[in-house]
Design a binder for this molecule. Structure first.
Ligand code: S3P
Length: 449
């Protein structure tokens, strides 16, 4: 079992040449996890192309195998999954160890918890701190038994599922695609209609993939910004082909790097442009960034584009709280961009950042302190007073707290600071973007790690 106690791998970056060239970031993490899960729950074969082969997704694949799926790797990013179908899960033998993966563990609680098996979930020191009550509460309403849990509703925890779950209508207490998805996945093994109501729309990959695999899903607007999603339970999901588009949350790092390193001009190919994921691009465009979406097209049911990004003079903006779900993983790198901007950037309503792989609000603030960036936290808002040019950098190594996005954000920052930046541990980058350092080096970045 991993507890995040492996050797730390410090990494560092410093300013150098302009970034030039073309790159393709790995497949989207959210869709990659779901590819494995839908493969498991389908009858027949699912073929996936462009799967993110990061540690998080590989943990989900292992869990799906433990529950009965037959999974093979055919080549780089090419995987085949032979599923067992809804209701067909087998009793896993050992603990399901999800490492650092919040999405994998939470979605799989909905999957395993809705079947008559007993499953124990665990993970690393970061995952053991993350709240799971938000998933367990609705699952309990659906008839799932929480056999044991660590203090405060955390992993390690054990679930025992019923023969079939009770369909419910549930309004999510936080804007979270993970809560929504866990309930919908559990609703697959319900004899009736399961409805999730969200006050603010969150990423809709589960809904799209449910339809793609043959389930009936109705989506209706709810209030000003929300949605109500209803799934008809116990469909027969059929194995399907999936092409995983490039992950916008990974593309965010080279994108901001090109904006802040003077003279840069890069193209990031095949980035998913699902509007529920493009909040960072919207914000950067408002800040004056030069980002062009070229060759927009549809790939495997998602729109994708090649993004041409040129270094730009940025200015501070206010980012409304309502945009948070569409860029929830991008605030660390936005804070980096804001540090170089002219004027103040206020990022509103970031309470959900406190329960990510680390307390990201605190981790970003501590990193900005090291780099000499003027900033404040005001309630749930992060306020960055940009330097309007190069930032000092330097300082002590930034503490990453087992958080891949904190590590990548501050390595990107160091590409444009006056003094080099270091992070205490770059090992976790492998959870979501294993090729980050080599791809950045190919663009001309100086990163050691
Ligand atoms: C994800 C949902 C988001 C996001 C995570 C991936 C998903 O989490 O931060 O990286 O794939 O459903 P929340 O649902 O907790 O906001």
């Amino acid at each position: 079992m991993s507890h995040g106690n492996g050797p730390a791998t410090p990494a560092g970056s410093r300013a150098g040449a302009a970034l030039k060239g073309r790159l393709r970031v790995p497949g989207d993490k959210s869709i990659s996890h779901r590819s494995m899960i839908f493969g498991l729950l389908s009858i027949g074969e699912t073929r996936v192309e462009g799967l993110l082969e990061g540690d998080d997704v590989l943990r989900t694949a292992e869990a799906c195998k433990a529950l009965g799926a037959h999974i093979t790797r055919e080549g780089p990013g090419r995987w085949r999954i032979r599923g067992v179908g809804i209701g067909g899960l087998t009793q896993p033998e050992g603990v399901l160890d999800f490492g650092n993966a919040g999405t994998g563990s939470r979605l799989m609680m909905g999957v395993a918890g809705s079947h008559p098996v007993t499953a124990t979930f665990d993970g690393d020191a970061s995952l053991r701190k993350r709240p799971m009550r938000r998933i367990l509460d609705p699952l309990v309403k659906m008839g799932v038994q929480v056999v044991s849990e660590a203090e405060g509703g955390r992993v390690p925890l054990t679930l025992r599922g019923p023969r079939e779950t009770v369909p419910i209508t549930y309004e999510t207490p936080a804007a979270s695609a993970q809560i929504k998805s866990a309930i919908l996945l559990a609703g697959l093994n319900s004899p009736g209609r399961t409805t999730v109501v969200e006050r603010e729309a969150t990423r809709d990959h589960t809904e799209r993939m449910l339809r793609h695999f043959g389930a009936s899903v109705e989506v209706a607007p709810h209030g000003q910004d929300g949605r109500s999603i209803t799934l008809q339970g116990q469909p027969e999901l059929r194995g399907s082909d999936i092409v995983v588009p490039g992950d916008p949350s990974s593309a965010a790092f080279p994108l901001v790097a090109a904006l802040i390193v003077p003279g840069s001009d890069i193209v990031i190919e095949g980035v998913m442009m699902n509007p529920l994921r493009t909040g960072l691009i919207t914000t950067l465009l408002e800040m004056g960034a030069s980002i062009e979406a070229l060759n927009e097209r549809d790939e495997g049911g998602e729109s994708v584009a090649d993004l041409r990004v040129r270094s730009s003079r940025l200015r501070g903006v206010t980012v409304p709280a309502g945009r948070a779900p569409a860029m929830i993983d991008e605030y660390p790198i936005l804070a980096v961009a804001a540090s170089f901007a002219q004027g103040t950037t206020r990022m509103q309503g970031l309470h959900e950042l406190r329960v990510k792989e680390s307390d990201r609000l605190a981790a970003v603030a501590a990193g900005l302190d090291e780099a000499g960036v003027d900033h404040e936290i005001d309630g749930d808002d992060l306020i960055v007073h940009g330097a309007g040019g190069p930032v000092r950098g330097g300082g002590n190594p930034v503490a990453t707290h087992l958080d891949h996005r904190i590590a990548m954000a501050f390595l990107v920052m160091g590409l444009a600071t006056r003094e080099p930046m270091t992070v205490d541990d770059g090992a976790m980058i492998a959870t979501s973007f294993p090729t980050f350092i080599p791809l950045m080096r190919e663009l001309g970045a100086t990163i050691d790690g």
